[in-house]
Write a protein that binds this ligand. Structure first.
Ligand code: NAD
Length: 334
């Protein structure tokens, strides 16, 4: 299916996006506005994203609240969404090491509850934002393929993202809820505010803009599969409406590897930062040396093809952070 046909399927539909104010969620909401969805219901408690990150638009109905609250879930599902994108999460690894029980509640129980309401109200599709950087663990052979899953994970976040997948399969198998599991890889782009628990790209850009050396936790030779948020949104929307995605876990990634030292050097170049890099000890839980996803399944089942290469994506991310520098300064906490 080409992307225009995918977008048409959302016309006149009601879509619930949990975590819709977040990095991926806010971009997904924008795409759904463009697709002319009838109503986009956002359930977000703004625990990890500022209110201004959510586009304000007559089609967007904000329910400020938690996926753990029966009251807020009842309110969200009383709108009778056709599709549910479950993106709300306690994010991410270090945050879960510091707050493992919150992570279990939000990413475990929260997912169970949203699945349950989706089943009770008969939604057409439930798309779960899983994490390819989580479920494969640190020892899987490259490229990371969907049929390999590790039972030796490194953080509570990784464990609970896998738990979410298991709940999805349970609801798909036993309740025939049409579920699709998107395994995202190192997503970056406009919409991610830098901060203590955020990803490396916005943080490197922020520090570089402030003339600081970029801290490399390891040797710099480690690689990650950085994926631009627009490509993630493209794949996610496909998973919301294509029947080929039902009951499947599918990697959404760039399918390429970038070394952290290269990333740091490119960001210093892009921002004109002369402070270079500084090497720090590897974080104890961060055991994955290389990450590169296979995107063959996404290509074959969904016609997914990532379009934005890392250098273009970095430029777009930098421009967004520059444009929003003043309001980011007010909320970014390290
Ligand atoms: N960004 C990545 O690299 C990446 C990679 C793999 C998977 N994922 C998954 O994709 C999803 C979205 O990621 P993101 O980068 O946009 O994260 P994010 O932190 O920017 O967005 C998550 C949103 O959920 C909200 N939220 C947190 N707890 C909530 C609760 N109890 N109730 C309601 N809302 C709550 C936050 O306020 C935030 O707006 C998450 O499920 C994440 O685990 C992200």
């Amino acid at each position: 299916m080409n992307f225009e046909d995918v977008l048409k399927k959302y016309e006149g539909k009601k879509v619930l996006v949990t975590g819709g104010a977040g990095c991926i969620g806010s971009n997904l909401v924008r795409a759904l506005i463009k697709a002319d969805a009838e109503k986009i219901i956002v359930l977000d408690n703004f625990s990890s994203s500022p209110r201004w990150n959510l586009p304000s638009h007559p089609k967007v109905l904000l329910i400020e609240g938690s996926v753990l609250s029966e009251e807020h879930l009842r309110r969200a599902f009383s709108e009778k969404p056709d599709y549910v994108f479950h993106l709300a999460a306690h994010f991410a690894n270090q945050n879960s090491v510091d707050h493992p029980e919150t992570d279990l509640m939000v990413n475990g129980l929260g997912t169970l509850k949203v699945l349950h309401y989706s089943y009770l109200t008969g939604v057409e599709r439930f798309v779960y934002a899983s994490s390819g950087c989580s479920v494969y663990g640190s020892q899987a052979p490259l490229p990371l393929r969907e049929d390999y899953v590790s039972l030796h994970l490194d953080t509570p976040y990784q464990i609970h993202k896998l738990l979410g997948e298991l709940y999805c399969n349970y609801f798909n198998d036993y309740y025939s809820l049409p579920v699709a599991i998107a395994r995202y890889f190192n997503v970056y782009g406009p919409g991610e505010v830098p901060g203590k628990y955020r990803n490396v790209i916005p943080n490197f850009i922020w520090w570089a803009m402030h003339g600081q050396p970029l801290p490399i936790t390891g040797t710099g030779e480690e690689t990650r599969d950085f994926t631009f948020v627009e490509d993630i949104v493209d794949g996610t929307l496909r998973m919301g409406v294509m029947k080929e995605a039902i009951g499947e876990a599918i990697n959404l990634a760039s399918g390429t590897e970038t070394k952290i030292i290269d990333l740091a050097n490119w960001i210093n170049e892009l921002t004109g930062n002369k402070a270079g890099v500084v090497f720090k000890p590897r974080r104890s839980w961060d055991r994955a040396v290389r990450r590169r996803a296979s995107i063959e399944k996404a290509r074959k089942l969904l016609g997914y093809e990532p379009k934005i290469d890392i250098k273009t994506g970095l430029k777009l991310t930098y421009e967004w952070i520059l444009e929003n520098k003043a309001r980011i300064s007010e909320v970014a906490k390290f």
